[in-house]
Design a binder for this molecule. Sequence first.
Ligand code: G16
Length: 542
Amino acid sequence: MSINLRTVYAFAREMYPKTSKETIQYGTAGFRGKAEFLDSVMFRMGVLATLRSRYRGGSVIGVMITASHNPEPDNGVKLVDPKGEMLEASWEAIATDLVNVSDQELEQQVAKIIKDNNIDVTTSSQVFVGMDNRYHSPRLLKAVADGVIALKGNVKEYGIVTTPMLHYFVVAANTKEAYGKPTEEGYYDKLIKAFELLRNGRLENGNYRNSIIYDGANGVGARKMLQFIKRMKGTLNVTVINQGIGVGKINEDCGADYVKVQQSPPKSMPEDVKPYTRCVSVDGDADRVVYFFTDDKGEFHLLDGDRIATLIAGYLMELVTQSEISLRLGLVQTAYANGASTDYIVDQLKFPVSCVPTGVKHLHHKALEYDIGVYFEANGHGTIVFSDNAKATIAQVAQTKESAKTLLLLIDLINETVGDAISDMLLVETILNHKGWDVQDWISSYNDLPNRQLKVKVQDRNVIETTDAERVCVKPEGLQTEINQVVAKYKRGRSFVRPSGTEDVVRVYAEAATKEDTDNLAYEVGLLVQKLAGGVGPPLTK
Ligand code: G16
């Protein structure tokens, strides 16, 4: 097979010319921005995915077109490596360089990547592409596919799928189906079979009720949940709201990010929902999930990623102890984890905890250091990874012990490749069912500290630099000292600032002993960011 790099330039010039001069970076979860400027980025990512596949000896590489939790006009792209992880960090820089060169420099840049990485361009290659249900996604998918074709690679289009489904397909194909069949039906089968075996015909138990309200964020997660419902035949009664069919924009006033940040139910919540009904929200590409309910006084309660992590960690610990096996368990969080959740994990569950920077790529990597690594961001993004040693040990003990049999089924239910809102939800449902718990039992395990997040607009968010897993701000000079002074005024106060890697904002996080203190702390720190980091836009409100 001969490759002519001139073709890459020809495609770029004729069909996907670069229309923006702004430098863009491979951020927390790939490239994100306004959809109208992303055609050239997508084409180039098709090219890069093909090169990456050849670099990895022909393994499948995934390309997911989505802007996940961002608003509807945005889109984005993330690359999936052969084992289902996010693109290796050293290639993020290669990706950034590739999307930022001019059309005229493109051919030369591709030649440089091939040379620097010693890529054999005659190796076969395979790229799997999926997209969310944004109206501009099909156009961008075609651009990715053309990037693959320009280098004579093989492309398989999965159409509208969730991000975790695409990760699953990549791993299923690369493991020659040991992980499952690389098809939509294979994905549903694997999860539903494990879920139904774990239910074992017991639909209700103790306080646990077998029905749930599911907010699909008007995204792909709603469509796929409808497919689950068809196939589950009543094992779980799910009512899907914000289905995104006809009315409703993706993530607008609904979905996991809205519910978590606004600390309120989706606006379109039906009025006749009974107090204490278990509700769940996923985000635009269904890789995050949070639970919530409203009590009999109408007060909203959130069960976020920290709650999910502690529930899962505690349950896994019980099963491992009952199975009498010795495995290293650990939990990974980020700076956004509620201080009360960390205290609970360390003091009550006696689980080792580590803190890493935002972004599943960091959490996943750290979790792989354990036999059973549980990782969750407070925003609901997370999963559990099991080492080969853990899987082999559990399989052996499962021949004689029920608790280990349960663990084996849980491994099948969990999408180890990346956070998967639907798989995570089925896991939480399983644990609550086994424990006979409903939301009140779950929330009473510890009390969250009140917390608040703000977005602050600044001229250039990259003026903010952080260290110590984003808990300390090193630039601009003086900002951290002033934050420390403000934090010191509040009981149990904690606050940090960091530039977002998916939106053009600086994020401010604050927690303190009371809600009023938390709001004041967030506001004061937000003002400091505006003052010292080049704030633009309207004045902050409390
Ligand atoms: C992505 C990442 C998450 C991260 C979130 C926000 O989520 O996958 O790990 O927490 O962005 O990141 P940032 O604060 O840097 O904007 P998603 O669901 O948008 O893909």
